[in-house]
Structure formats: structure tokens, C-alpha cells
Design a protein around this ligand. Structure first.
Ligand SMILES: *Cc1c(COP(=O)(O)O)cnc(C)c1O
Length: 478
């Protein structure tokens, strides 16, 4: 597979190269040159397990990676999941795709359990024997899932940067107390966008990359700009859809809507790829929290970052600059110079206008409302959802006022990860955060989790965002 950059000035000739580079040389993001349709026949729908669905989807795009290796690595990656790795819960017209049964209890485990293995294959194919240095900005869940995915992986070193505030006790514990020798978690004074833009600069800093190169390090990212994050996520939409077919909730071919609580736009973009690959998803519902820049963009075609930034109770969506949006805009307009120009506008003025139809529904949900929805669903059905998923429910409800369709909801995190908020929402009596975690774990039938994570504060490393580069140099190059 060949991949071109959204900004049109560079391309790579293989999946291996796209995986290893992360970001294109012109600062754009890689898009596969062609997106082929696939389908699953009745017998396959009945018989295939998750890894077989994933293999068929992933190998359609990563068609130039060694087939046997790819298959083996997919199997090994999802071996870390429980047997029923993606249960679907139904409440009214809503179908919750529980994407959070991986090790760190967020949907990101689906991609980040596989990414290190994809990088391993890519390094073998390109005969790279430099060590991999993974740098990642996180609002909480990426960092823990990335550390869990890369922990103990040979010849790789991972450093994650998270904002000092706005992440939960569990998220911090998963990063700071991972016990992995090749992993470092660093708190940045600032918000997620500060960490993300500082890292983007480093990825575009050729002098710095040269320095790393001479120290035999190859720089890559575990953020969702990497095609190795995006492509594995496409698979779960296929799997979930056909699971509904198999369970006779829908007929094969019925169109559905998908609602995704959105931050960096990676997960909803994967749903769009699934549609491009033939899955009958008719409507895309992009759900935002109080940081509703995407809702405004979908409704006005103007993306404007000049606004207040809120730290909310759905912190993984506290983002003002959604990196993967660029890919979506590029697929919709198919005009690289236009994308380059609006991305320059964004960089220079913090704002841009997009002149094509976005074909998406956008809604947002405030913090109080998020808690009310958690409580409402719990009272109605006994089902406990997390804050991000609740934001998606609100968006789906808005959509259903004017449409009548079955809605797949990406349930992106286990309620345990945001136990304090959940407890507040449903009115649990608590001693402290740890107590909340235990109670919510019981309510969501996941006491297993308590045995796996060392839930304590741990020692934090805190630096200022201006010092990220210096920190990396001291850690890696000395
Ligand atoms: C990362 C994350 C999101 C946002 O996903 P994107 O792919 O960045 O849009 C939503 N919910 C949770 C729980 C997350 O961890």
C-alpha cells in the first residue's frame, strides 16, 4: 500500500514506512492510497471470531505486510483481552459497543495492544535495528494504554506526557506505577493541547531527529496520527455490526448510525473508514463535551480555537485541536492544497473555514447533563456507563429526536476509570476515591480490575512544557 500525505507534498511506498514515520514529512497525516470494499458472507458472520474479523479488515489496508506475521501478531495482541472481548449491551434503540475490556479499560487498548507488534513487523521488513523511541501526548487513556502495550517490548523506550490536572487517580496510577522499565510518564504544566503541540514540534524537528538517529533511536508516535492506531480500530465496527446481525438484532445490510464520543477524532474516523470499506453506516454522530468545538464546526463549517478551554468530567475529550480531523477533511475534499492551506490558517490564526459538506451530526453535552444521563440509564436499566459514553448517549438522543435508526454507541471507557464522577451521578456514599473505585467495580462486574492495578498516587515527574525536549535529551541521549 502506498500512503499519501493529507497535505500532498509527500508520500511513502509501504505500510512499514508509514508505521515507522507516524507523521508525513510535510507535516500532514498519511492516508492509504486506496480503500477497498470488503464483505463477509453468512458463513463468515456465523463463524469468525474477533481476530479473524480484525485480520481481514487490517490486511485489506496493510496489504503489503507479511500475512503470516500479521495474523500471528493480531492473535497475540487480542490474547490479552477476555474471551468475550467486545460485549454489546442494548438499552432501547441504543447498542453499547463495550470497547473497554482490554487491560487499561479504555477503547485505546484495541489499537495500542497491536501497535507495538505492527512496529515490530515494520522494523523487520525495513531492516531497521535502531531502537524505537515512542513519544506520546495523552489526556489520560492513551498514555496508560500505550505504556501497557509497549511495556517490556524489546528495543523500545516509551515516554508519555500528560497534563498535570484533569486525569483520574486510576489513569495516573496506570502510568506512574506501571512498573515497566522502558516506560516513563511525565506530567506537563498545562493542558493536553499544550503537550500535543509541543510534541508535534519535536516530530518536525529534523536536527533533533538526527541527534536521535546518531544515538540509534528511531522516533515514532503512539498518538492516533499513526496509521497503526487508526486501522486496528476499523475492525471493531465490522465486528460489532455483524455481531448484531448474528444476534438477529438487525438484518445484514440494514443501515445503522454510529455515535462516538470524540476527542482527537480517531475513533469516529475509523468508523468512517469502515463505511468506506462497505459497512452500511448511514449516519455519523460526533459527540462533544463542553469543549464543543467540533459541534460548532459541524454546524457552521468554521473551526475556531479562540474559545475557553474547560477541564470537564469527560477529560479524554478535553481537546481543542483534533488531529485526525485533517484526515477526514482530506478524504471529503480530496484537494491537498486546500488542506495545506486550511492547516496553515489553523496554525497562523487558530481558525479555518472548510468549504465542503461535512456529512456529520454534531451535538454536545454539559457536565451536569453527563451525570444526569448516567443516573437515568442506571435507574432505567441497572446499566452503569462512564462519562464519555454518557456524552455519546446525549448526542444519540438528540439525533433520535429526528431520526429513527438503531444506534451503535462507542462505549469508550469502563465506568471504573471515572469512578468518582459515576458515584456522584448515581448517589453512592463514599469515603474516598479508592472506595468509589471499589464500589463502581462491583456495580460493573469487574472486580478483576482491582487485582491488576496498583491504585495509589505514586511519584510524579512534573516539568514545564518548554522543557520537554530537554527532558527527552537527558533521558535518552545521556
Ligand atoms: C481517547 C478517548 C476518547 C476520544 O477518542 P478519539 O479517538 O481521540 O476521538 C473518548 N473517550 C475515551 C474514554 C477516550 O479514552
Amino acid at each position: 500500500m502506498k500512503y499519501y500525505s493529507t497535505r500532498g507534498k509527500s508520500f511513502v511506498n509501504s505500510t512499514a514506512e508509514a508505521l515507522l514515520k507516524g507523521l508525513a514529512d510535510d507535516g500532514g497525516l498519511f492516508i492509504p492510497e486506496k480503500i477497498e470494499k470488503i464483505n463477509f458472507n453468512e458463513e463468515e458472520i456465523e463463524r469468525l471470531d474477533y481476530t479473524e474479523f480484525a485480520y481481514k479488515v487490517i490486511s485489506t489496508i496493510f496489504d503489503d505486510l507479511d500475512k503470516e506475521k500479521l495474523k500471528t501478531e493480531i492473535e497475540a495482541a487480542y490474547d490479552t483481552f477476555p474471551k468475550d472481548l467486545l460485549p454489546i449491551k442494548n438499552v432501547d434503540n441504543l447498542y453499547f459497543m463495550e470497547l473497554f475490556h482490554g487491560k487499561t479499560r479504555a477503547f485505546k487498548d484495541f489499537a495500542l495492544s497491536l501497535l507495538p507488534r505492527l512496529i515490530k513487523i515494520a522494523k523487520e521488513e525495513n531492516k531497521v535495528d535502531d531502537k524505537t523511541l515512542i513519544l506520546t501526548a495523552t489526556s489520560g487513556d492513551t498514555g496508560s494504554a500505550a505504556i501497557s502495550g509497549f511495556a517490556g517490548v524489546k528495543d523500545s523506550e516509551i515516554i508519555v506526557f500528560y497534563p498535570t490536572d484533569g486525569i483520574s487517580l486510576i489513569q495516573r496510577a496506570q502510568m506512574v506505577n506501571s512498573g515497566a522499565e522502558n516506560a516513563t510518564a511525565v506530567a506537563i504544566e498545562g493542558n493536553f493541547d499544550d503537550a500535543q503541540s509541543a510534541l508535534k514540534k519535536i516530530f518536525n524537528d529534523s536536527d533533533f531527529k538526527e541527534k536521535l538517529k546518531s544515538a540509534k533511536y528511531m522516533l515514532t508516535s503512539a498518538n492516533s496520527i499513526n496509521v497503526g492506531r487508526l486501522v486496528p480500530q476499523i475492525a471493531y465496527y465490522f465486528y460489532s455490526y455483524y455481531k448484531l446481525v448474528k444476534n438477529k438484532e438487525i438484518e445484514n445490510g440494514d443501515s445503522v448510525a454510529v455515535t462516538v464520543p470524540t476527542g482527537n477524532f480517531g475513533n469516529i474516523l475509523a468508523a468512517y473508514f469502515a463505511k468506506e470499506m462497505g459497512l452500511p453506516i448511514e449516519d455519523f454522530i460526533c459527540a462533544s463535551n463542553k469543549n464543543n468545538i467540533l459541534e460548532d464546526f459541524i454546524n457552521t463549517n468554521i473551526y475556531d480555537t479562540h474559545r475557553e478551554f474547560y477541564k470537564t468530567n469527560s477529560p479524554s475529550m478535553d481537546i481543542l485541536v483534533s488531529s485526525n480531523l485533517e484526515r477526514y477533511l482530506s478524504l471529503k475534499s480530496n484537494n491537498a492544497s486546500e488542506i495545506e492551506s486550511i492547516m496553515n490558517d489553523l496554525k497562523d490564526t487558530g481558525k479555518f473555514e472548510y468549504k465542503h459538506d461535512l456529512n456529520m451530526h454534531g451535538y454536545s453535552c454539559g457536565e451536569e447533563e453527563t451525570l444526569e444521563i448516567i443516573d437515568k440509564i442506571y435507574k432505567k436499566s441497572g446499566y452503569v456507563i462512564d462519562t464519555h459514553t454518557a456524552v455519546a448517549v446525549k448526542a444519540a438522543e438528540e439525533y433520535l429526536k429526528e431520526n429513527n435508526k438503531k444506534v451503535l454507541i462507542a462505549a469508550t471507557a469502563s465506568p471504573i476509570k471515572f469512578a468518582m464522577e459515576i458515584s456522584k451521578a448515581i448517589g453512592l456514599d463514599l469515603k474516598d476515591e479508592k472506595d468509589a473505585i471499589e464500589k463502581v467495580a462491583k456495580l460493573s462486574n469487574d472486580i478483576e480490575f482491582l487485582k491488576q492495578v496498583d491504585i495509589k498516587d505514586g511519584d510524579e515527574i512534573v516539568i514545564e512544557k518548554e522543557n520537554i525536549k530537554k527532558f527527552i535529551e537527558e533521558r535518552i541521549l545521556c
